[in-house]
Design a protein around this ligand. Structure first.
Ligand SMILES: [Zn+2]
Length: 161
């Protein structure tokens, strides 16, 4: 579109140059009175095309920004596809790699809140033997029932807290 606009601007300039040259001509077939309004129109055309060119450059810059943003989102979508949600016995959830690296001894978990809300991969840190915590959003949860709760006898019909 910018190339077409530049071409149109070039043509308008050629017409303008022709008309300017014709105004001083001694050729009686071209009357200066007829050419003067045409020259004014051509000048206006050049101005309009210049405005179009500026607008097109702005649109092109915005388009580049949007393309980069779209690419970023597609990259994130591809990255996130490498993870799956894991559900813990406590009812909590965290992401883990679908294909963990070879030789990984302890499972590695990633914060669901950071990944889903902030498009950020934040590895959870093991804490106190039965908890996981996120250093970015300070999320903390028990991924396995605490030993004291597990040992507490359940009372039939009572409320388990
Ligand atoms: Zn987090």
């Amino acid at each position: 579109m910018i190339a077409e606009t530049a071409t149109a601007l070039g043509l308008a300039k050629q017409i303008s140059d022709f008309v300017k040259a014709s105004i001083g001509s001694r050729d009686e077939k071209i009357s200066n009175e007829k050419l003067a309004p045409v020259l004014q129109q051509v000048t206006e055309l050049q101005h309009s095309l210049s405005q179009i060119e500026i607008a097109m450059m702005k649109v092109e810059r915005e388009n580049e920004v949007l393309k980069r943003e779209l690419q970023k989102q597609e990259d994130w979508k591809a990255e996130k596809a490498r993870y799956k949600l894991e559900y813990f016995p406590t009812g909590q959830m965290a992401y883990t790699l679908k294909e963990p690296p070879e030789g990984q001894i302890q499972p590695v978990y990633f914060c669901m809140s950071c990944m889903d809300n902030d498009n950020r991969i934040s590895q959870l840190t093991y804490y106190g033997g039965n908890s996981l915590t996120c250093r970015h959003c300070n999320l903390w949860f028990e991924y396995k029932p605490s030993p004291t709760k597990a040992l507490r006898p359940k009372i039939r019909g009572g409320v388990d807290n």
